[in-house]
Write a protein of this length. Structure first.
Length: 191
């Protein structure tokens, strides 16, 4: 009887431990999940599912992850032109620089082809730019530490969109995913 009672106690302790381990939160396991909006949604900043789009490749998603997770190592300047923008984005970190160059060149190609990836977290401004892809002229120059882009348009509305989007990107470089969360919360309030 004592032996069988000990087995039951051991089994119960084992079951409690097993259940406790299985129910560890992502945060306790080293994942960064942030709750916003009074616990109604979580943002997984490890897997970043919001970076997926309708036809995004693993390379595109991984580049975006690397950019967002290392945004503090990125520097960016924007010059608003009468007919568009000139941006310079760079990093001293070679891996991040490669991710920036890949991302920018792939996005420029997507814009030129009118292939909107419709990434879950992308701004409405980017959707409008894709709708006007045929009104945008782009030139790219690789620099020693990054990439320079000039985008122009003869359409004043498109120029405004280019400048707005450049400002949104600056915000993301400065704040990372926090900029996305803030924009999404602001757009929910205005809708």
């Amino acid at each position: 009887m004592i032996f069988s009672l000990s087995k039951k106690i051991l089994f119960t302790v084992f079951l409690l431990l097993f259940t406790s381990i299985c129910s560890l939160s992502a945060e306790e396991m080293g994942h960064k999940k942030h709750k916003h909006g009074h616990g109604h949604s979580e943002h997984d900043e490890v897997n970043m599912p919001g970076l997926q789009g309708i036809d995004t490749t693993d390379i595109e998603v991984n580049d975006l992850k690397k950019i967002f997770q290392n945004h503090k190592e990125i520097k960016r300047t924007v010059t608003n032109l009468d007919n568009g923008i000139k941006t310079e984005t760079y990093s001293d970190n070679e891996e991040i620089r490669a991710a920036i160059i890949n991302h920018v060149t792939l996005m420029v190609t997507r814009i030129q082809e009118g292939r909107n990836p419709k990434v879950l977290i992308q701004s409405p401004t980017l959707d409008k730019l894709f709708n006007n892809y045929d009104k945008i002229e782009t030139s790219i120059e690789l620099t020693e530490t990054g990439i320079a882009v000039i985008q122009t348009s003869k359409d004043p509305k498109v120029v405004n969109l280019l400048q707005t989007h450049a400002s949104e990107i600056n915000d993301m470089v400065e704040k990372g995913m926090q900029a996305i969360h803030e924009r999404m919360m602001t757009s929910k309030k205005t809708n």
